[in-house]
Design a protein around this ligand. Structure first.
Ligand SMILES: Cc1cc2nc3c(=O)[nH]c(=O)nc-3n(C[C@H](O)[C@H](O)[C@H](O)COP(=O)(O)O)c2cc1C
Length: 403
């Protein structure tokens, strides 16, 4: 079947039917000052919906008061229910479905932002925070599992069609899964069964709360991106675990924010651009001095996870979402040929929220995004923006963009 025919055919996953097979991949918008829903955030997702997406995913929403990394990141609580509801309504009016990515950043949180000492699977120092997290005890684990359930109850009452559990990229669930961060010797550490116990509990709580009305997506790693992280067998078992616990689809990604951040999106994240807007002198100097080492670049290639993900894809029978440079028609075709059922898109929609409609109308066959990762560098201190559409970029920043 021609890529376009498959791409624009509907798909059903549990209670959810999408008008086509495109999903706006969760990409932190940075538009949630005071951890709340802003008009800018609503407008961005409305535009993506109007641009033809099957389902948009609101990114990086913390389930807990100690689970976010930035003051401009969503924290799910009853007080923001009106904004969450308005966002779901705005997206539905444009004919798209809406999901929200829920998670806890664990050792990527900080006391200066949340007021709480960060928690993690173990107390291992995190240079990228920099943080020295507190090892979670059993009460902490039960409390965070409850926070996931409460978050689902909230978004369900606001009309969301799906939730996406963030189990990858080195955030809390991934900090339990990865031997790099999990140094426990109780029933939550050691074997894969133990390291995945927290993930299983979270998925059980989420599935139970989502019930038969909401679909469950799980974003997970095929690799942390370095030796000493999860193994391929761990990744295959995580995928099977998600399927067993009732996920309707999984999203295969990779990388670890506190060790190999660029592995997630490839290319390079320009340290000088990140440093430009950071006020903390220590963090700024660290970035300028060691940015290239801390954020090792990886070459961008289209569909960069697909080869490595093949054995994980083959280990499940639920639909799998391809993500990672799937922004040309040829790559989309390739993903369908390999057995993916859906396509996750991030940077091409930051560049152009109407990317999907333009592909459908045959106005374009690939993105204009050049994967310079300016959008990533600026999101840490402000909202996500594409440099191709920025006005009056200071010469200093232009000088530091990758060629
Ligand atoms: C600006 C930006 C922010 C991102 N934030 C998140 C996030 O909050 N959660 C997540 O799972 N992935 C995040 N990602 C990764 C994307 O979801 C996606 O996996 C990655 O960018 C590869 O897709 P792409 O090549 O279509 O951009 C982010 C990516 C970008 C560019």
């Amino acid at each position: 079947m021609d890529a376009c025919n498959k791409l624009f055919s509907p798909i059903q996953m549990g209670p959810l039917t999408l008008r086509n097979r495109t999903i706006r991949s969760a990409a932190f918008e940075g538009m949630s000052n005071n951890n709340d829903v802003s008009d800018e955030l609503i407008d961005y997702h409305r535009k993506v919906a109007a641009g033809g997406i099957g389902m948009t995913t609101v990114a990086y929403a913390s389930v807990s008061k100690d689970g976010y990394s930035f003051p401009h990141q969503l924290w799910l609580r009853n007080a923001i229910k009106p904004g969450l509801t308005r966002m779901a309504d705005a997206v539905h009016k444009e004919g798209a479905a809406i999901s929200i990515q829920i998670g806890h950043t664990g050792n990527m949180s900080s006391k200066s932002v949340t007021g709480f000492r960060p928690i993690s699977s173990s107390s291992k120092f995190n240079l990228y925070g920099p943080t020295c997290p507190r090892r979670m005890n059993h009460d902490d684990i039960e409390r965070v599992v409850d926070d996931f359930a409460n978050a689902v109850r909230l978004v369900k009452s606001c009309g969301y069609d799906a939730v996406e559990v963030h189990a990858g990229h080195g955030y809390l669930i991934s900090q339990f899964l990865s031997p790099y961060t999990n140094r426990r010797n109780d029933e939550y550490g050691g074997s894969f069964e133990n390291r995945s116990r927290f993930m299983r509990k979270v998925l059980q709580a989420v599935r139970s709360e989502a019930g038969s009305e909401m679909a469950l997506f799980v974003k997970m790693n095929i690799s942390d991106g370095f030796k000493g992280g999860i193994s391929l067998s761990d990744a295959q078992h995580s995928a099977k675990l998600a399927e067993q616990e009732g996920a309707n689809a999984i999203i295969l990604s990779g990388g670890f924010v506190s060790r190999m951040p660029v592995y997630v999106m490839r290319g390079e994240i320009p340290p000088a651009i990140m440093a430009y807007s950071i006020k903390n002198i220590l963090v700024k100097s660290m970035l300028l001095l060691f940015g290239r080492t801390l954020m090792k670049p990886f070459p961008f290639t289209n569909g960069y996870f697909m080869d490595e993900a093949a054995p994980v894809l083959q280990s499940v029978s639920i639909p799998v979402v391809a993500v990672g440079g799937i922004d040309t028609l040829d790559t989309i075709n390739n993903a369908f040929d390999r057995g993916y059922e859906l396509i996750g898109l991030a940077r091409c929609l930051i560049e152009d929220p109407a990317f999907v409609n333009k592909i459908r109308n045959k106005a374009i066959h690939e993105t204009k995004c050049n994967h310079c990762n300016y959008c990533v560098a600026v999101m840490y201190t402000g909202s996500m923006k594409c440099y191709l559409h920025e006005q009056n970029i200071p010469q200093y920043l232009l000088n530091h963009l990758p060629a």
